[in-house]
Design a binder for this molecule. Sequence first.
Ligand SMILES: [Zn+2]
Length: 240
Amino acid sequence: MARVPLSKIQLEEDEMIVEGFEGELEGIRVWVTAVLERTCVYETPDLERKLVSKSKILVELDLDGQPVRDDGQKLYLERFIHAAIFAARPDVMAVVHAHAEDTLPFGIAEATKLRPVIHSGSFIGASVPVWDIADQFGDATNLLVINMAQGRDMARVLGKNSVVLMRGHGSVAVGDSIQQVVHRAIYTEVNARLQAEAAKLGPINFLTPEEAVKADAQTDSKASLSRPWELWKARVGKIE
Ligand SMILES: [Zn+2]
């Protein structure tokens, strides 16, 4: 995706349908952004499960999570998550913040980390870090990221990883494109579900670090990402 000002950008059709994924991930609230010229583009969820043109749903924010133009638009707290990650990670072009229930136990259980158990979860790497808001902000927060200081601390724990879990809240996946980040968000959830299922059967045979690297090189290719993307698109439908 070219980094040009929002006023000049023409999002690809693929990029415009991401709002539809909220409907596909039933019951899971998903927030998606893309970055343009070091600036966040933020999708408001007002038009729930409706596919609309970008001009109706996008608000341009700076890297402090503040609107570039104050049009009196409604702003959402999640902007601090996205802005802090874009500020910390120039390689990241798209962010998904989700409350997928299958991933939440791995941000809560102290003894068990979320680790790759399938090839399509290989982007996880060794394991997914957990950001515990209480470490820096005490044990009396509302668990949400409500300012840039908290967002930056979460981005610090994300580090160079593809995913971070937020204790008692949700998860964030990052990627270099919307296709990649949606793929990662969905397979974080799938991997978490399968890891929990496998744990009921006994000790787990995780991907080795070498297997994870090789599998990621394969599944992260544009060709591999495009196949599920086309299927998801077909399920979501066309923009109005
Ligand atoms: Zn959230």
